[in-house]
Design a protein around this ligand. Structure first.
Ligand code: NAD
Ligand code: LMR
Length: 332
């Protein structure tokens, strides 16, 4: 029997992540190759013509799974009936800008879009915030959409997670698909903590810890961490634009695993509403290792946190608490 249609909202759909993301969704990369979708694309009036161009291209691509396209600058029309909302719309960071510089522009967008989602999205809509500052935008969205369950509001740190897997794969000259269970803790910012203390690699003689294979704690505790933390800035420097294809691909990974489940024995990183696990302050959107089953995520519990890691978890948590305060001061 054919699956029920799923409506997927992409805000900022005329932007560069949007342009990479919508064909992935229409091809089944996000929700599966048997899942028909209707795309809802939102952008602002100055981008209306470009948005219509994206719609024309979607028609021209003749995607078999794509059953309809709503391209609009009206937030209510965009949010109506959506089952999945990928919030990409906002101002991107440019070369030389700190993430905090984009805060005031973006949190007010997330406050107003929170109410549109709350009132018009389908019940149980899953929300992924991509636009920066991603964790804090997601928190603002959550706070101003109190009837959406907190577990339905997440932010993207899967790109950082994938970057960590990519760095390990390059260092060990192994397939990236054989590396698993890295963790991104905290903020999608340069204070995030990419942790490989529990990560492993599939080898012909079984799964081996990353630390045992790399045999260089200096690199793992130093350059590896800063490379992942600074990767977004490095891409901006190289492209003069922020990452787009990898961000779009990570957004698909995030939603796919959330909806369809994580493979047995594997966790992924998601920015989720903290409940005090690992002594992270509650009430923040903080990136944790999670497993997903039946459409719900669960924080992986019981991982050992050494002193080095503890400091890094606390540092990125402190930054998120500061961002929360700053966000509220921008909104007042
Ligand atoms: P972009 O400027 O190319 O596109 C952003 C789009 O959002 C534009 O088309 C713009 O018109 C639209 N927009 C602005 N205000 C809007 C509003 N109120 N409603 C709807 N649309 C609106 O930027 P991009 O490169 O696509 O990046 C988008 C966001 O994603 C940025 O904030 C960027 O920093 C962030 N980002 C996050 C990650 C992550 O891993 N979390 C990775 C890369 C980029
Ligand atoms: C990224 O990680 O590539 C983006 O979030 C860009 C940025 O602002 O760092």
């Amino acid at each position: 029997m054919a699956k029920e249609l799923v409506r997927v909202l992409v805000t900022g759909a005329a932007g560069q992540i949007g342009y990479a993301l919508v064909p992935m969704i229409a091809r089944g990369v996000m929700l599966g190759s048997d899942q028909p979708v209707i795309l809802h694309m939102l952008d602002i009036p100055p981008a209306a013509e470009a948005l219509n161009g994206v719609k024309m291209e979607l028609v021209d691509a003749a995607f078999p799974l794509l059953k309809g396209v709503v391209a609009t600058t009206d937030v209510v029309e965009a949010c109506t009936g959506v089952n999945v909302a990928v919030m990409v719309g906002g101002f991107p960071r440019k070369e030389g800008m700190e993430r905090k510089d984009v805060m005031s522009k973006n949190v007010s967008i997330y406050k107003s879009q929170a109410s549109a989602l709350e009132q018009h999205a389908a019940p149980n809509c899953k929300v992924l915030v991509v636009a920066n500052p991603a964790n804090t935008n997601a928190l603002i969205l959550k706070e101003f959409a109190p009837s959406i369950p907190a577990k339905n509001i997440t932010c993207l740190t899967r790109l950082d997670h994938n970057r960590a897997l990519g760095q390990i794969s390059e260092r060990l000259n192994v397939q990236v698909s054989d590396v698993k269970n890295a963790i991104i803790w905290g903020n999608h910012s340069s204070t995030q903590y990419p942790d490989v203390n529990h990560a492993s690699v599939k080898t012909p003689s079984g799964e081996k810890p990353v630390r045992e294979l790399v045999k260089d704690d200096g690199w793992l505790n130093g350059e590896f961490i800063t490379t992942v933390q600074q990767r977004g800035a490095a891409i901006i420097k190289a492209r003069k634009l922020s990452s787009a294809l990898s961000a779009a691909s990570a957004a698909c990974d995030h939603i796919r695993d959330w909806v369809l489940g994580t493979p047995e024995g594997t966790w992924v990183s998601m920015g989720v509403y903290s409940d005090g696990s690992y002594n992270v302050p509650s009430g923040l959107i903080y990136s944790f290792p999670v497993t997903c089953h039946n459409g719900d995520w669960k924080i992986v519990q019981g991982l050992a946190i050494d002193e080095f890691s503890r400091k890094k978890l606390d540092l990125t948590g402190a930054e998120l608490s500061e961002e929360k305060e700053l966000a509220y001061s921008c909104l007042s």
